[in-house]
Design a protein around this ligand. Sequence first.
Ligand code: ZN
Ligand code: ZN
Length: 125
Amino acid sequence: VTDPVDECNGDAECKWNPQYSRRWEEAVDAAPWDGEMKILDCPRCGHRMTVDAGAATTDALREAGEAVEEPAVAAALEDLAGRIEDDDELVGAHCNCRIEHTGHPTKPDDRRWGCGQAGAIRVPK
Ligand SMILES: [Zn+2]
Ligand SMILES: [Zn+2]
């Protein structure tokens, strides 16, 4: 299975893909916090994304998990959400770029789906 990061390699045209990638998670984790915020270029699609430690919830991960058809991908997202909720040292991060990546679920309309990547990263120190 191709790692989702290799599939795009910063290519803005890549399709929405919520398959878990440890490399994506590690790259987002490595980006510095500025207070409660991270602003970085998504390690997969290359678009600007943000993480807000104060506002980060696992809702977006669960929503994506419920919307995907592949059971293994959905299970990985559910595991990820559970891991974040069980550990005070972790917060959820997901690509929330404003660019339309084809293949994402259609609802809710106001959701910024990004390119589908999500992970658990360490809280700001
Ligand atoms: Zn993007
Ligand atoms: Zn992205």
